[in-house]
Design a protein around this ligand. Structure first.
Ligand code: NOJ
Length: 747
């Protein structure tokens, strides 16, 4: 150790002497080159090898001592991590530290709402704070790299991983992805509480056919650039995201792990990315199954030559790259470039100077401020979909409440998918929180009735009905268990599973008011449940503090302010259904359901001549951006600073927002634009900005947005990113449908 230190100091002096002054960047690059010059080919390839260490054995320690492992995933005990690190630092020839990675997706121990729920907050601050909390807790355990955020644009709720996404919209995903990266990485990567983020999955994984996980996508380059790539680009350019993960799907027939276009031309040449590209779990070796490579050796060759740098778990690089270099099929310079990027990340994280995890006894997991942040995030993630006769919030007249359903007291399930480290013992459920917060004045009768969401056993229905009949209101907690969403959990049907829907039908026969709280990892088709309920609150999987957050909202200690980050369809058959689609020639005009109106033996005709389903019309159950509050808001006086602008100007868009109800509320004011005509069919609407505005009853505020005209740029017919002159509409409102509109012209 001492020897290495004095060597470094020496070399610093030599370089400073030679050039007089060296920037930190030059210094870093010098350290990288110096290390690289000492490495054997095998040791270099070792840095490109990521190993799964769920159960580390003697073989792994030997590989580490040989310098054949660069990073490790799935180990999280800090004592073990330090042991593995010691093998690398003290017993390998060059002492290059290991980097420990893990899927810290929406919290480490303190679990925040699933990312889809966080996106519903339309509040990047809570997303950044959540990621900061996760980084603080994970780094205490020695984890310095997370495989998050997932920023796949997700327009198919059948795809289980929609839960991990920020939903269907490009702009919202961009904003949330940037916030999450900033939270994970903190002010400086070298801070011991910073963890490197990973923008994933590059690219198109959310667009897999039919929502079937691991399937194929076919996204042409223009659409990639306009819709799918922007969150990645902004995460790198605005937040300095340190790493990128390639995806499992092949897009247009090419697996991203072997796409030179994506990994070299776009990422390195166009975006100047200087971080690290990692594969997904065995996404290199599966190229053999995908029929893209004959064997693992060819897979290693194609991936390395395309620009992939770390191979996760399938050993293709460590087993074949050396030989491939000897054969001249992969150049040593390709390997050198990869290793430069990997070493740079390790230097930036401060691992060479500080490789071990501090095992101090005072730790911040589940710290009071972490729980507070998780509760706030949960509160802001809830979306109120229906509130007939203002049944919510529940008032002082409520004396007895029937709490029913499989998710009222399900500490494991409310944490949601992709949650390795959250402990259900620390989760606070709605049942517990309701009793704790309001149990003095309110009698809560609890009937779980169904043991879990898929339970079909109806034998406990009579007890639920008995409880309902004794109560003033029913709080019904239904939805999905956490395991029904997430990776490899695609669904073909999106109705409530098990006997949940029947339970609601039976309860509705009691005539008691019903408040249905839905905890789920995705939009579910809940048209029937909506009709049978007086109020519906969509709570996603809200995490550790979901219970206290829900209890407070239901009884009016706080209020809902979330908006849908994704469309809720009426029927699975309508999918994909998303607001920001391309303009079509014959758009549906009204939501006609004509199936039963067609006479038998009807003559050939095109009926309404528009784009809709005979049996389902065309509209969604709830549109993107929708969400109610306990108060009402009125929008008026949409004004523009100018009607005609040049491309470099900024348009000021103002709208008057008034709280017309009786309670304080927070409204997410949304600004959309629409290009009237362009060189490619434009999108009907695109979210371009939003603001959360809190108003007291009767209060009015003028909300102003600065809209740089450059925000209207898109990849056009000639594959150039430009603002095309012409007419545009700007629209402002509380969801993607009910909007005030003004037109302006770009010269
Ligand atoms: C597979 C998943 O697709 C990816 O998102 C995750 O980070 C890796 N496994 C590692 O667990």
């Amino acid at each position: 150790m001492m020897k290495r230190l004095s060597l470094r100091i020496c070399s610093l002096f030599v370089f400073c002497g030679m050039f007089g002054y060296l920037s930190a960047q030059d210094n870093l690059e010098n350290r990288i080159e110096k290390m690289l010059s000492k490495m054997t080919l095998r040791q270099k390839i070792g840095q490109m090898n990521q190993v799964n260490a769920r159960k580390p054995d003697g073989k792994l320690y030997q590989q580490i001592r040989n310098g054949e492992v660069g990073s490790i995933l799935n180990a999280e005990d800090p004592v073990l991590l330090n042991q593995l690190q010691k093998a690398a630092v003290d017993s390998s020839q060059l002492g290059i530290p290991l980097l420990f990675a893990r899927d810290v997706i929406h919290g480490f121990k303190t679990i925040f709402p699933i990312p889809l729920g966080q996106a519903a907050s339309f509040n990047p601050e809570i997303v950044e704070e959540g990621a900061r909390v996760a980084a603080v807790e994970a780094s205490e355990n020695g984890i310095r790299w997370t495989f998050a955020p997932m920023m796949d644009i997700s327009r198919d709720p059948r795809w289980g991983r929609i839960a991990e996404s920020f939903g269907e919209d490009t702009y919202l995903s961009e904003v949330m992805a940037v916030a999450m990266v900033k939270g994970f990485q903190g002010k400086d990567l070298s801070d011991p509480s910073s963890i490197a983020a990973c923008a994933k999955h590059f690219i198109g994984y959310g667009a897999v056919e039919g929502g079937r996980d691991y399937n194929i996508s076919n996204i042409p380059e223009r659409q990639l650039r306009n819709v799918y790539l922007p969150p990645f680009e902004r995460s790198i350019q605005e937040a300095g995201c340190a790493t990128i993960m390639t995806s499992f799907n092949s897009n247009n027939g090419i697996p991203p792990s072997a796409s030179k276009f994506l990994l070299t031309d776009l990422l390195r040449k166009e975006w100047k990315f200087d971080g690290v590209v990692v594969s997904d779990w065995a996404s290199v070796s599966i190229m053999v199954t995908q029929g893209f490579c004959e064997d693992k050796k060819e897979a290693a060759k194609k991936a390395a030559n395309a620009g992939l740098e770390i191979e996760m778990v399938s050993g293709c690089f460590i087993d074949h790259l050396e030989q491939l270099v000897k054969e001249g099929a992969v150049s040593e310079e390709t390997i050198n470039n990869a290793v430069r990027n990997i070493l740079r990340l390790k230097y930036k994280l401060g691992l060479f100077d500080n490789p071990y995890t501090d095992l101090r006894p005072e730790r911040k997991i589940y710290a009071a401020e972490h729980l507070k942040a998780a509760k706030k995030a949960a509160e802001e993630s809830f979306v109120l979909l229906k509130n007939e006769q203002d049944i919510l919030p529940l008032g002082n007249d409520i004396k007895t409440v029937a709490v029913i359903g499989p998710l009222a007291d399900a500490p494991h399930d409310q944490m949601g998918t992709w949650c390795f480290d959250g402990e259900k013992e620390y989760t606070q459920t709605p049942l517990e929180a309701l009793k704790k917060q309001f149990g003095k004045n309110v009698n809560f009768i609890y009937e779980q009735t169904l043991a879990f969401s898929r339970d079909k056993d109806k034998t406990k229905f009579p007890k639920a009905i008995e409880a309902a009949l004794k109560s003033d209101v029913i709080l019904l907690f239904v939805g999905e268990e956490s395991i029904l969403s997430g990776e490899a959990h695609s669904l073909a049907g999106l109705d409530l599973v098990g006997a949940q829907s029947e339970l609601l039908s039976e309860l509705s026969k009691t005539g008691k008011p019903i408040v249905t709280v839905i905890m789920a990892g995705r939009p579910l088709t809940i048209a029937k449940e909506l009709d049978l309920s007086d109020a519906v609150l969509y709570a996603w999987h809200p995490g550790t503090m979901g219970g206290p957050a829900l209890a407070g909202i239901l009884f009016g200690k706080s209020y809902p302010s979330g908006k849908l980050p994704v469309t809720i369809p009426r029927y699975v058959g309508q999918i994909p259904l998303y607001y920001s689609h391309e303009k079509i020639g014959r758009p549906a005009k009204k939501n006609e359901v004509l199936l039963d109106d067609i006479p038998s033996e009807a003559k050939q005709s095109s009926l309404g001549n528009t784009s809709y389903y005979l049996d389902a019309g065309f509209d969604a159950l709830f549109d993107f951006g929708y969400g109610l509050s306990y108060t009402t808001f009125e929008y008026s006086d949409l004004t523009l600073s100018k009607d005609i602008l040049s491309k470099d100007e900024v348009l000021q868009v103002s709208v008057a927002l008034k709280n017309t109800g009786k309670r304080e509320g927070c409204e997410v004011v949304q600004l959309y634009t629409s290009d009237i005509a362009a060189s490619i069919a434009p999108l009907v609407k695109e979210l371009k900005d939003f603001k959360r505005v809190t108003l007291k009853p009767g209060e009015q505020q003028v909300v102003t947005f600065d809209l740089p005209i450059q925000k209207l740029a898109f990849w056009n017919y000639e594959m150039k990113k430009v603002v095309e002159p012409g007419k545009f509409d700007v629209m402002v409102g509380g969801n993607s449908v009910d909007l005030l509109t003004r037109r302006f012209t770009v010269k």
